[in-house]
Design a protein around this ligand. Structure first.
Ligand SMILES: Nc1nc2c(ncn2[C@@H]2O[C@H](COP(=O)(O)OP(=O)(O)OP(=O)(O)O)[C@@H](O)[C@H]2O)c(=O)[nH]1
Ligand SMILES: [Mg+2]
Length: 420
């Protein structure tokens, strides 16, 4: 029974990500502590103290401690930056409040900033770890002295602990984090946040925020930065595709063949179906009924990352039979498939070739309401942006071709299969 319960407990918490805010007035040592946490709990070496500068935005650290994923948000403590803190309260599971124990002249400022956050309703029930930092310095007060000095009534109703810490050498850090993880796992606030996250996921605004992000990513592929030399020197994928298909079917009375692998292949199959709706003789390479390709025909192939052995081979056969080859790719200059192409449809999107997982997290982030955090995981990983772009691009191609070929909506609809 115990092992069943323990298994369930582990399952629930191995999936939970706790957000811990590191707050405190300027120069308390918050960022130094964050960097020490990274060194202690992950294989990323944190910045050494002499390279840490006062924080203006947000620093993020992700670590795993006691089988639990912890995300630390470290914010700047200068008085002008403190109003930003409350933006993060709602999503925080707990707070680490850092005080420079060796600077009694700043205790008053520290105390009033702490009092303010303890009164904030968005932080209700959040466990609080108060760090008496800089214990290595001669003038540092003990946790008892600090606790006496602070004398906060609000602390009575809140799970809290004082910990003597030296962020430079890590003294006291693990003890504080062990306590924090344990209380976060049992806290009612964690349960409330979990229920709210489930509700958010089920809400239409959450889905709409996700959909907007996906659409924005795809839309940005169509407007790459003007500094991009490759995209500036090439005609758009839309104009190339419309021209190639038009010339093949109208001027040469030829057919269109499509070929791609994986999800790129599925997008091309969708295009093939839409071309059939336009009255074009279109075929998917590999189908039992695919006719032989000839010099009046067009092969549309895709190799997002630049080349695939099967795509290269099919392009080679089409070329040796005199057909034109329109290749969609994100790597027009270096890919192996481009050698066979007679026209390139350049799609400047991320593919498997440049899905840089290592660099996709831990950037500065803004968590506005309804927005989905960009640093958690890539919403469109690997080749998803490329494939999503193909789908959208092909709808535009079909729309343009429909006008060019004088196809009415009724005529297009009449070609839809009735065998389904
Ligand atoms: N001696 C000693 N100095 C420390 C310790 N922790 C931090 N410091 C120093 O305190 C100064 C401020 O540290 P930061 O980590 O930048 O402080 P912060 O709270 O992030 O400051 P803001 O970003 O401005 O809010 C730096 O010079 C640190 O090296 C410590 O444990 N011992
Ligand atoms: Mg800082």
């Amino acid at each position: 029974m115990f092992s069943l319960f323990y298994g369930l407990w582990k399952y629930v918490f191995s999936k939970t990500e706790f957000h811990v805010l590191i707050l405190g007035i300027d120069k308390a040592g918050k960022t130094t502590l964050l960097e020490k946490l990274k060194s202690l709990y992950s294989n990323v070496e944190g910045l050494p103290p002499d390279r840490i500068v006062p924080t203006v935005g947000l620093n993020i650290g992700r670590v795993e401690a006691s089988n639990t994923k912890l995300v630390f948000w470290d914010l700047g403590g200068q008085s002008g930056l403190r109003p930003i803190w409350e933006k993060y309260f709602e999503e925080a599971h707990a707070v680490i409040y850092v005080i420079d124990a060796a600077s009694p002249s700043r205790f008053e400022d520290s105390k009033s900033a702490l009092e303010k956050l303890l009164r904030h309703e968005d932080l209700q029930g959040a466990p609080l770890l108060i760090v008496a930092n800089k214990q290595d310095l001669a003038g540092a007060v003990s946790v008892d002295e600090l606790s006496r000095y602070l004398d906060l009534k609000e602390l009575d109703e809140r799970q809290h602990m004082f910990e003597a810490v030296c962020a430079h050498d890590g003294m006291g850090v693990k003890e504080g984090i062990d306590w924090l993880v344990e209380v976060m796992q049992r806290s009612k606030r964690t349960e409330r946040l979990r229920i709210r996250a489930d509700q958010d996921r089920n809400s239409s605004s959450y889905m709409s925020a996700m959909a907007t992000q996906i659409c924005n990513q795809i839309s940005s592929v169509f407007s790459p930065p003007s500094t991009s030399a490759t995209s500036n020197s090439r005609p758009s994928a839309l104009s190339v595709a419309v021209e190639e298909i038009k010339v093949a079917v109208v001027d040469r009375n030829g057919r269109v063949f499509v070929h791609g692998v994986g999800r790129e292949g599925l997008m091309l199959k969708a295009l093939c179906m839409r071309l059939s709706h336009l009255g074009i003789s279109a075929h998917c390479v590999g189908d039992m009924t695919t006719p032989p390709i000839s010099s009046s025909d067009l092969l549309i192939a895709s190799a997002g990352p630049g080349g695939f052995s099967t795509v290269d081979a099919i392009c080679g056969v089409a070329k040796s039979n005199g057909a034109r080859i329109l290749l969609f790719t994100a790597q027009p200059d270096s890919g192996s498939a481009a050698e066979y192409a007679t026209a390139i449809g350049f799609i400047p999107a991320q593919t498997m070739a440049n899905d840089d997982v290592a660099n996709s997290g831990d950037k500065e982030e803004e968590l506005s309401q309804g927005a989905v955090s960009s640093t958690r995981r890539n919403l469109l990983p690997m080749g998803s942006v490329y494939e999503g772009t193909m789908f959208v691009l092909f709808e535009i191609v079909v729309y343009e071709l429909g006008s060019l070929l004088g196809q009415s909506p009724d005529a297009i609809r009449s070609r839809h299969t009735n065998l389904e």
